[in-house]
Design a protein around this ligand. Structure first.
Ligand code: ASP
Ligand code: MG
Length: 405
């Protein structure tokens, strides 16, 4: 008998019919003898609908009242699911975040979980009930309702699993697992049986948006085995877990992530003196713009060229700042483009294998794809290339690293 936390997102509880299907699924697990806690989101579209109501009154509503309001979306689904379970003969009880309680700080709309008192949940599990908990919400120390930020139900599920030391936290969604890359780009992409927390974080932060990043971080920190599964299809999904050293035969590369949301800026002919990097990049960060990759080259004439990437939404602002900096420090010119993409190969196997980066560059060279920038970490190699070669690059790397189904 295992203790399992199951999370169902907005589309999985998007209609009464679906809620009844979810109830049937949960019931199956109970009948196999497992204890089940279910965390649900609001019905799909409901959180946006609620936010929209307040925005009709003012563009700057009180954040406390916004949390008070949007938390009702989840309060509806927990009750409906409990009712559906009971109708199917399965004893159930629902709790809001306040009732559990899930205690958070007071940062309305983006609260952080401080502690969870799991005793009430445990008492109900022990008398054989399915416990249904509202995702996305908590309560601060003064008793005010808070929410965890958009998509926060994943984090609720992981946090409850951690508090209960559950055997597994299952995230049910509209895909049947984590893939080696986006199947829309590479039809031969395949579902991964297993991936490590670290790899998942790299894949997710690069745009494989299956799970909330924060939930994966949380699961890694507390070592909660996470499984991503399809809500209404059978299948084992993908298990996200710690790196197990014993699986020596695991592929060197687990997946290929990519992002079109990049933009590249270059400042040329900068006097090569101490403090230039700080002057150039400091003013960008001061504007709250996140810098991703950085490349610096020094020429014979003691000037340097700097190239860096930012999110394409920050491109115009970054360009304006860079032009200012350029005239202040006497740089020769400034250039940039948003027509770039970033492709990364990700895998913990890289730690124990040499030559992975050159294999990547070789595969791209064979397709005549020019690499504009490179960056590496322990488990990732990223390149920036012309956006028009993105799909070709991903497909050829997928083949080169033996990931094709
Ligand atoms: N209902 C919330 C949202 O739409 C939380 C969630 O779905 O995880 O962001
Ligand atoms: Mg969601």
């Amino acid at each position: 008998m295992a203790l399992i936390v199951q999370k169902f997102g907005g589309t999985s509880v998007g209609s009464i019919e679906r809620i009844e299907q979810v109830a049937a699924k949960v019931r199956k697990f109970r009948e196999e003898g497992h204890q089940v806690v279910v965390v649900v989101s609001a019905m799909s579209g409901e959180t946006n609908r609620l936010l929209g109501l307040a925005k009709q009154i003012t563009s700057k509503p009180s954040l406390r009242e916004m949390d008070m309001m949007v938390s009702t979306g989840e309060q509806v689904t927990i009750a409906l699911l409990a009712i559906a379970l009971m109708k199917q003969g399965m004893p159930a009880i629902s709790f809001t975040g306040t009732q559990v309680p899930i205690v958070t700080d007071s940062s309305y709309s983006k609260a952080r979980i401080l502690s969870i008192d799991e005793s009430k949940i445990r008492t109900e599990l022990d008398v054989g009930k399915v416990v249904v908990v509202a995702g996305f919400q908590g309560v601060d120390e003064q008793g005010h309702i808070t929410t965890l930020g958009r998509g926060g139900s994943d984090t609720t599920a992981v946090a409850i699993a951690a508090a209960l030391k559950a055997d597994e936290c299952q995230i049910y969604t509209d895909v049947d697992g984590v893939y080696t890359t986006d199947p829309r780009v590479v039809p031969k992409a395949k579902r991964l049986e297993k991936i490590t927390f670290e790899e998942m974080l790299e894949m997710a932060s690069l745009g494989s948006k299956v799970l909330q990043i924060r939930a994966v971080e949380f699961a890694g920190k507390y070592n909660v085995p996470l499984r991503v599964l399809h809500s209404f299809q059978e299948g084992a999904g993908t298990l996200i877990t710690l790196d197990d050293e014993e699986s020596m035969e695991q592929p060197i590369i687990s997946g290929i992530a990519f992002s079109r949301d990049e933009a590249k800026l270059t400042i040329r002919g900068v006097p090569d003196t101490p403090g230039v990097a700080y002057k150039i990049l400091g003013s960008i960060s001061d504007a709250n713009i996140e810098i991703d990759m950085i490349v610096q080259n020094v020429a014979k004439d003691h000037t340097t060229d700097f190239t860096f990437t930012v999110n394409h939404l920050d491109y115009d602002k970054a360009m304006e700042i860079l032009q200012n900096t350029a005239s202040q420090i006497g740089a020769r010119e400034v250039a940039g483009t948003t027509n770039i993409a970033k492709v990364s190969i990700v895998g913990v196997g890289m730690r124990s294998h040499a030559g992975v980066a050159s294999q990547m560059f070789g595969a791209l060279a064979k397709e005549n794809i020019n690499i504009q920038m490179i960056s590496t970490s322990e488990i990732k190699v990223s390149v920036v290339l012309d956006e028009k070669y993105l799909e070709l690059a991903v497909r050829s790397l997928h083949t080169a690293f033996g990931l094709d189904a």
